[in-house]
Ligand binder design. Sequence first.
Ligand SMILES: Nc1nc2c(c(=O)[nH]1)N[C@H]1C(S)=C(S)[C@@H](COP(=O)(O)O)O[C@H]1N2
Ligand SMILES: [Mo]
Length: 386
Amino acid sequence: MQSPALSRRELLVAGGATMATMALLNSRLTQAAPLRQGEVVLPWLDQPEENPVPEVIDNQLVWEEVNAWITPNDQFFGIAHYEWPEINADQWQLAVDGLVENPLILSLDELKVRPRQELTYTLECSGNSGLPFFDGGIGNARWVGTPLALLLEEAGVLKEGIEVVFFGADKGEETVRDTPMVQHFARSMSLADAMHSGNLLSYEMNGEPLPDRNGAPLRLIAPGWYGIANVKWLERIEIWDTRLANRFMARDYVTIRQVGTAAEPKWTESWVGKARLKSAPARVVQNGDQYRIEGAAWGAPIRSVEVRLNAGPWQSAELVPGQQSEYTWNFWTFDWTDATSGEHAITTRATDTTGQVQPTQDDPLIANKITYWESNGQITRRVNIT
Ligand SMILES: Nc1nc2c(c(=O)[nH]1)N[C@H]1C(S)=C(S)[C@@H](COP(=O)(O)O)O[C@H]1N2
Ligand SMILES: [Mo]
């Protein structure tokens, strides 16, 4: 799951490295892009609009301030569709039931004594970059929890059980076909997807107890998926013999795309699930007359990133070593040697290890999409060089 480079470090740590070695490894990983003396960040000319829904989007990553590969908890974005519950962890319990042999009810302590697994995973909201006020719906954190698959095995899923439904404590009113009803936030996954060895029931984020904003006391961490799959404030897991078709599976988080011709229009409506290949310029760093463009690429294992200045040719960026991993962003840098004064447009594109290239904004996949989810088209940002 993790790259060989990362696993080797983990082995080293597990093998009893000294505190000094651990601190060094830690700082090399987390300080992947610190500013050096004399360097300043140039602000982007294009800035996101003011957030009109602060009750839904609580915080956003500020790209110009990204100094580290791991996003500190206080800089991590937060999303809540209904409310922001603050749960008393001492009284909280997780129920696992439905089509299982042994229904479980577990306290947080009972979960914590189960096998502990760590995973570094970049979580992006599928709406990120799809709205003019939303470009910071992404962050990379080190999550700790117990593997979901072990708990499902313990509960013993019956053979009719095909879908795993995750319910959060947060709830709100939904009106469907004129019927108002109170519903909890919920998402589901096929049993096969849920049994993936990377899925965690997570209670720790970057070495701290999971913050309230990010789903305390327990959330699902589903590497390889968009943010929506990572159910927060988890309190119930049910095994069903049918698919969940609630707001977050079948109404919101549905991508609508025109695939037919103008003469014969055809539309697809598809479910938002797995993460997609993407990259973005993070910031331009100036040191005297030297300029460097920094950025990130994620959503798939990254092979390369290219940068395009204005209408110029695509030029190779350099991937920051040691960050290659299936589930994390990979930072990259580009030395901008011939920067001239005036306004410039900077576009980036990522290629994954299978050769797939991040789509352009006029690729039909992006251009013919009328909903804002899954906006992984190439991003252009503008900067002024004086
Ligand atoms: N219970 C619950 N879980 C949830 C949500 C929610 O509204 N309620 N929002 C989802 C969405 S859309 C995203 S992008 C991620 C955001 O995770 P974060 O707030 O930790 O960044 O949580 C997901 N899990
Ligand atoms: Mo999201």
